[in-house]
Write a protein that binds this ligand. Structure first.
Ligand SMILES: [Zn+2]
Length: 282
C-alpha cells in the first residue's frame, strides 16, 4: 500500500548502490564516530544507495532523479564498487507496472553523475532521452554550472548525461523556486552545488521532502557533518538548519536518496539538536 499525499501516490525506486570514501562523505567527522553507523570496507569506502522517487497521480508519473551513469568502464566500476543492474531504474519501475514510456516528467535535482546518470540512454552509439515522453526539469543555474564546472567539482559531471537532453529539446530550465502544481514544489539550495532543486510533495496534513545531497544520510542532520564535495559548506549548514527547523515544526517526512539504512524518517529534537525521529514506511 503506497503512501498517498494529496493526489500523489509515492514510491521509492531503487537504483542499486555504489561506494565512496567515508572521509569524503562524512567531512570533518572522525571515523571512530561514523564507522558505527557506516562500517567501511577494507579501503575505507562506505555504501551509498541510489534511491529515486516516483510520484504517481493526476495522469502523471513523475520520476525524481535517474540514478547512476550507465556507461562506466570496468576500472571505474571497481574503484567505486558499482553494484546495480544494467538499467536499474527501468528495472525498478517494472515493480510498479511502468515502463520508461509511462514517465511524464523527470525532475533532476542536479546534474552530478549519480543523479542524472540514467537520464540518457546510449544505444548503438546514439544518445537519447531514456524517458522518451518526459519533460526533464533542472535549474538553469545548475545546467550552466555543469557546462563550466570548477576545477574542484568537474569530476562530478559527465556531459553525456545532460547535453543530449538539450539537443532533444526535452529540457525545461527553471529559474529558482518553482511550483509544478499546488501539491508539488521545487526548493533550491546552493551549498552542495549551485541550483540543487529538492522536491516537496505536500497536502494540508503532510509533507515528504526528497533530501538529495542536502542530507545524503540521516547522519547529515548533524550540523558539522557536511560532505567534502560541497562547494559552499557554510551555506549547506545554514540550509540544513532552515529545513530541519521547518520539518520539525511541520512534521515533514524526510526521504533519503543515499542512506542505505533509512528510507524515510521524521525529524526529532533532543538536547544536542535535531535528530532522527520515527522511521516512516514508504
Ligand atoms: Zn551531488
Amino acid at each position: 500500500m503506497a503512501m498517498r499525499i494529496g493526489r500523489y501516490e509515492i514510491y521509492p525506486v531503487e537504483g542499486g548502490s555504489f561506494s565512496l570514501d567515508g572521509g569524503a562523505l562524512y567531512g570533518i567527522i572522525p571515523r571512530p564516530l561514523w564507522e558505527k553507523v557506516s562500517p567501511p570496507d577494507a579501503v575505507n569506502r562506505v555504501k551509498v544507495q541510489l534511491r529515486s522517487l516516483l510520484l504517481a497521480g493526476n495522469g502523471r508519473n513523475i520520476l525524481v532523479d535517474t540514478g547512476m551513469w550507465l556507461n562506466w568502464p570496468e576500472k571505474s566500476k571497481e574503484i567505486y564498487c558499482y553494484n546495480y543492474a544494467a538499467n536499474p531504474i527501468t528495472e525498478s519501475l517494472k515493480d510498479y507496472g511502468l515502463t520508461a514510456e509511462d514517465i511524464t516528467d523527470v525532475i533532476l535535482t542536479h546534474l552530478h553523475f549519480d543523479h542524472s546518470g540514467g537520464a540518457v540512454l546510449n544505444e548503438n552509439g546514439i544518445a537519447q532521452p531514456q524517458f522518451p515522453r518526459a519533460t526533464y526539469y533542472v535549474q538553469k543555474e545548475q545546467f550552466e554550472w555543469a557546462l563550466r564546472p570548477s576545477d574542484k567539482d568537474k569530476g562530478s559531471y559527465i556531459d553525456g548525461t545532460y547535453k543530449p537532453l538539450m539537443a532533444a529539446g526535452v529540457l525545461s530550465l527553471l529559474n529558482g523556486h518553482t511550483r509544478l502544481d499546488d501539491e508539488l514544489e521545487l526548493m533550491v539550495f546552493d551549498g552542495h552545488t549551485r541550483g540543487q532543486q529538492l522536491v516537496r510533495v505536500f497536502d494540508k496534513d503532510r509533507s515528504v521532502f526528497y533530501a538529495g545531497d542536502l542530507f545524503p544520510y540521516a547522519y547529515h542532520f548533524k550540523p558539522p557533518c557536511v560532505m567534502a564535495y560541497d562547494l559552499s559548506p557554510l551555506v549547506t549548514v545554514r540550509e540544513k538548519d532552515e529545513i530541519l527547523s521547518r520539518a520539525y515544526k511541520e512534521g515533514w517526512i524526510i526521504f533519503f536518496q543515499h542512506d542505505p539504512e533509512y528510507t524515510a524518517v521524521t525529524v526529532g529534537k533532543n538536547e544536542k539538536g535535531y535528530s532522527v525521529g520515527a522511521r516512516v514506511q514508504i
